[in-house]
Ligand binder design. Structure first.
Ligand code: ADP
Ligand code: MG
Length: 156
C-alpha cells in the first residue's frame, strides 16, 4: 500500500501521468472514491502520460470510452449506471485482456467480473480542505505490488 497527498487537481493529474509510463498491456486500474473525488481527473493525466491528446471526459453516459492513439489503448469505463444491473457480463474480459490499460470508475458495481489481480486506487477528500485528496494505491497480486514499488520510486 502506498499513500500520497495532493493539494489540487493538477497534482492528481500529474500522478496519473507519472503512472502511465510504467503501465503494461492488460493492466487493470480500479478507481474508488465518491462523486467529485478526482477519478476522472486522475484518468486525464494517465491518458496524457500514454500520449493521448484527445480530451478525456467522464464516460458516464456511454459506460466505456476507448482511446487508441497512445502508447497502448486506454479503456476508460464508468460503470456507475450499472448500479442496479451490474449482473450482466457485458464482455468485460475483452477489455481487461484486450492489450490495453483498463481504468474503471465505480468498479464495485461489476465486482463479479473483475480480474483476480488489479491495482486499486482510492481517492478520498479532506472535509477541511476542498482541494486536498489522499490517494491510496492498493495492489492486488505480485505484478501490481511491483508496479506500486516502481511508482513509489518515481514519486519520491
Ligand atoms: P470523479 O470522477 O471522481 O467524480 P472528477 O475528477 O470528475 O471526479 O472531479 C474532481 C473535481 O474535484 C474536479 O472539479 C477537480 O478540479 C476538483 N479537485 C480539487 N482538488 C482536487 C485534487 N486534489 N485532486 C483531484 N481533483 C480535485
Ligand atoms: Mg468520473
Amino acid at each position: 500500500m502506498f499513500k500520497i497527498k495532493t493539494n489540487d487537481a493538477e497534482q492528481t493529474e500529474k500522478i496519473g501521468a507519472q503512472l502511465a509510463p510504467i503501465l503494461e498491456p492488460n493492466d487493470v486500474l480500479l478507481l474508488d472514491g465518491n462523486l467529485g473525488a478526482g477519478k476522472t481527473t486522475f484518468t486525464k493525466g494517465l491518458a496524457k502520460g500514454l500520449g493521448i491528446k484527445r480530451y478525456v471526459k467522464s464516460p458516464t453516459f456511454t459506460i466505456i470510452h476507448e482511446y487508441h492513439e497512445g502508447r497502448m489503448p486506454l479503456y476508460h469505463m464508468d460503470v456507475y449506471r450499472l448500479e442496479d444491473g451490474g449482473g450482466d457480463d457485458l464482455g468485460w474480459d475483452e477489455y481487461f485482456f484486450g492489450g490495453g490499460v483498463s481504468v474503471i470508475e465505480w468498479s464495485q458495481y461489476i465486482r463479479d467480473y473483475l480480474p483476480d489481480d488489479y491495482l486499486k486506487l482510492k481517492i478520498a477528500r479532506n472535509d477541511d480542505d476542498d482541494d486536498q485528496r489522499i490517494l491510496t494505491f492498493e495492489p492486488q497480486g505480485q505484478h501490481y505490488e511491483e508496479l506500486v514499488a516502481q511508482l513509489k520510486e518515481v514519486l519520491e
